[in-house]
Structure formats: structure tokens, C-alpha cells
Design a protein around this ligand. Structure first.
Ligand code: GUN
Length: 281
């Protein structure tokens, strides 16, 4: 079984990006900039944002974090986004989710210029991705995709099953696999026989948020299994895949932690650089 080392893959990607940033600096005499807006003091979000800032600095991006208390008015956030949209030194804008209840998430997402939307959440980018046009691609599915391609460069005709239909993961993941000519089944909590669907798969991407849902008797021998889940349990953090048992049947499997997670942040940096490059044309 291949244990897919996301930490190593992310470090390699960051090295490539670091080189690219230094080349862009020589060419344009400026570097891509990432601005993250963090609202409130939810601990996981704070940790994510700190890691994003650290990684951005590591590859040589200009990085800024704007923090607001969770009582901030929606208007203040929208005005700040407007200001960042106009700021030429800002290539990418990310508003860390989740947001406090009094702030309309969709309004915030749609306020970000599509060309600076490093999350790929703006409807324009969602539409472009599903139409097969150039777009920002949500960081977690992009990270999963790059890990899958490292194991299996030619995905044409493979049967992929995506478990979970969120806008963040399941739906964009489906689009990326379709683009690679996979036959994709998107499954969710109302799917009649999830086990039977998974058993058909050459590739399983589990992004449903149910601890250790995918068992070894759900997985075809030699399938590639990507675990997007981060679930807090009494036994610590576990994924959506029962790691120990599935590792006995899968060809390749991501661990949790150390699989998809590190790739998500590296892909955010990649997206920031892509936004910068498109803005220079
Ligand atoms: N919160 C958890 N994951 C994400 C993400 O990918 N983007 C944003 N903006 N917030 C998140």
C-alpha cells in the first residue's frame, strides 16, 4: 500500500512555488500578495490562518491578515473587500469561513472580485470550472486532485466515487475528475447503497464529515482512497475513512492528519500565484 504523504507533496509544491515567485519577482519587480480576512476568534480558524500566513511567507508571497471581532458589521467587511479589490498589490483575497451568523456568507463571497477569488467560491469561478474554462479551483479538491495524479497520471475512463456534495469539496472535486475523463458518481447522505457505489470505484474521495464511514469492505482491491475528513472524536482526530482496515485493501491512501490538509494550504499559495499571473497579462 502506498501511504500518500501529503506533507512531503506539499513541501515539494511549496519549493516549486518559491522558485516561481522568485522568477516573477525578477520579471515584474513585484510579488503576488495574499490577504486573509479572519473574523472572530474561533480557534481552528485562527490556526488555519496562522498556517496560511506562515506558508505564504515561506514561498516569498506578500501576506497580510486582517482581523475583526465577531461583532463586526457586514458592511465593514464588504467595504474592506471593496478596498482590497482595488488594491493592485493584492492578488488574492480569502475570507476564512465559517462566518458569524449575522454576516451573509454568499454576499461576502460575491463581493470578492472573481479574479482575486483564491478560494474559487465565487459563482463566476464555480461556473467557469463546471464549463471547463479557466478558473480558480477550490484549494482542497485541487490538493486531492494533485495527490491522485501523482499516483495515477492517466485517469481517463476510471470510475471515481465522490462521497459528499458540498460546494467546498464534493462538487468541485467531481468537476476536476470529470475533466480528467473519469466516470464520476457523486454520492451523499441520501444515497441508497453507499457501500455498493464505493465498491465500484477505482478512486474514492471521501468528503462527507462522518468519522470512519468508509470501511474496508466498501473498497475495491487496489483502489486509490483520498480522505478529506477531519472529525474530532473521543479517540482524537480521524478522517472519513477507517484508515487501519482500508490500508489493507487500497492501493494508495491518504492519512489524517498529514494527507490532504497540507496540500490545501500549498494550493492556496498556488492559486494566489495564478491570480497574480493572470492579472499581469
Ligand atoms: N474554512 C475551512 N476551509 C476553508 C477554505 O478552504 N476556505 C475558506 N475561506 N475558509 C475555510
Amino acid at each position: 500500500m502506498i501511504l500518500i504523504d501529503g506533507k512531503k507533496a506539499a513541501a515539494e509544491l511549496r519549493e516549486e512555488l518559491k522558485l516561481e515567485v522568485s522568477e516573477l519577482k525578477t520579471k515584474y519587480n513585484k510579488v503576488p500578495g495574499l490577504t486573509v480576512i479572519l473574523i472572530g476568534d474561533m480557534t481552528p480558524s485562527q490556526i488555519y490562518v496562522r498556517n496560511k500566513e506562515k506558508s505564504a511567507n515561506e514561498v516569498g508571497l506578500k501576506s497580510e491578515v486582517i482581523k475583526y471581532p465577531d461583532t463586526v458589521e457586514e458592511k465593514t467587511v464588504l467595504e474592506k473587500i471593496e478596498e482590497l479589490n482595488k488594491d493592485e498589490t493584492v492578488s488574492g483575497i480569502l475570507v476564512q469561513l465559517p462566518l458569524p451568523k449575522h454576516i451573509d456568507k454568499q454576499k461576502v463571497i460575491e463581493a470578492i472580485l472573481p479574479s482575486k477569488d483564491v478560494d474559487g467560491f465565487h459563482p463566476m469561478n464555480v461556473g467557469n470550472l463546471s464549463s471547463g474554462y479557466e478558473s480558480s479551483i477550490p484549494c482542497t479538491p485541487l490538493g486531492c486532485y494533485l495527490l491522485i495524479k501523482k499516483i495515477e497520471p492517466n485517469l481517463s475512463g476510471k470510475k471515481a466515487v465522490v462521497v459528499g456534495r458540498s460546494n467546498l469539496n464534493g462538487k468541485p472535486m467531481t468537476q476536476l475528475l470529470l475533466k480528467e475523463n473519469c466516470t464520476v458518481t457523486i454520492t451523499h447522505s441520501r444515497t441508497k447503497d453507499l457501500k455498493a457505489e464505493c465498491l465500484e470505484a477505482d478512486i474514492i474521495v471521501a468528503a462527507v464529515g462522518i468519522p470512519e464511514l468508509v470501511k474496508s469492505d466498501w473498497v475495491k482491491k487496489d483502489a486509490i482512497v483520498i480522505d478529506v475528513g477531519i472529525n474530532k472524536t473521543d479517540n482524537g482526530i480521524v478522517g472519513d475513512v477507517a484508515f487501519n482496515e482500508v490500508s489493507k485493501v487500497a492501493k494508495a491512501l491518504t492519512p489524517v492528519p498529514g494527507g490532504v490538509g497540507p496540500m490545501t494550504i500549498a494550493c492556496l499559495l498556488k492559486n494566489t500565484i495564478e491570480c497574480f499571473k493572470r492579472s499581469q497579462i
